[in-house]
Design a protein around this ligand. Sequence first.
Ligand code: FAD
Length: 353
Amino acid sequence: MSRMGDSTLAPEGGSLLAQWVSNIMEETGTIEIMSENNQTEIRNAVIIGSGPAGWTAGIYLSRANLSPLVITGAEIGGQLTTTTDIENFPGFPEGKDGPELMADMEKQAKRYGTEVEYSVVESVDFSKKPFEVKYGDKTVKAHSIIICTGASPRMLGIKGQDTFWGRGVHTCAVCDGGFYRNKVAAVIGGGDSAMEEASYLAQLLEKVYVIHRREEFRASKIMADRVLRNKKIEVLWNSVAEEVTGDTSGKFPKMTGLKIKSTTDDSIREIAADAIFYAIGHIPNSKFLSDDIKKNEEGYVIVNDSQETSVEGVYAAGDIHDHTYRQAITAAGYGCKAALEVERYLGRVGVIG
Ligand SMILES: Cc1cc2nc3c(=O)[nH]c(=O)nc-3n(C[C@H](O)[C@H](O)[C@H](O)COP(=O)(O)OP(=O)(O)OC[C@H]3O[C@@H](n4cnc5c(N)ncnc54)[C@H](O)[C@@H]3O)c2cc1C
């Protein structure tokens, strides 16, 4: 729960009128708290999203005494809460459980004064300054905004996917490929990402299948050639994954194979595989953002070197703009960068001294 509506921000010793206006606003869900001298409370910074980028921005801004508000979204803690062992986030030589890592980041952000609303942002009015952020039945005003809403991996939704999720079914080779050293995996897709994932996995695994529904790749020639030349990689053309199979009798489910359907004659066959990696793209969570915020054709927010978007005072950090690296550590790094830029911006426009 946010402290926006509690006594810490409520008018103290103000006029009865101010108190009355404040009450009405709270009752109607308009989170504009009037201060002692009738000034509307405006947030220095609102951070949208609670993945590594969002919490890192929160840590930096709260340590700078700027009292940021994080609005978490439905997936509190972001994508890492959907996975178990994180082995590549520095500082944890034994690895770290994903939900635990994110809960610690939240704790760290709150420790320095980051406030939190467990809600989803529906829209932002970028035409006004301060900006107006709508979530639930509330509105908050902010001098600056950091968009950290990430990008969700596309899923196939095939049979067995949920049973073997994280125990065979994955969406990131760099993150989870290491769990399958000297084993067999299949990569689904035909674009540059699929080529990159397959080439990466071939360095660690004994064999990699690339399963592609057509008879040629959509990837750039240079990336496709790299895959086609690799002796550890076998391409299954005109094929789609139908079902993940495995053993569910033990403590944890264990994937052992994949049923594949031919797109030419509908025949089904099964291959032995320990893992499947979807490389069929991501969907940036940017639909709630108006056209004031420039995006590329896939919907990723466009930022400059300072993480600033097309609207002055609005920044973006993490997978919402970074479709290249998509890692927790890079998202956290961008969150840090955006927070430092927000601090400079607030100084530049005179909000802080
Ligand atoms: C299964 C899996 C395993 C992974 N393993 C690793 C790994 O081992 N190592 C690694 O470095 N990376 C890993 N990644 C990638 C990593 O999780 C992402 O790169 C990272 O989480 C991106 O951070 P982010 O802060 O940009 O966004 P996200 O973590 O995607 O967080 C986005 C946040 O935005 C919120 N949000 C979305 N829309 C709204 C809205 N309208 N209003 C408010 N909030 C909103 C969501 O609720 C969420 O809190 C993995 C990803 C997955 C899916």
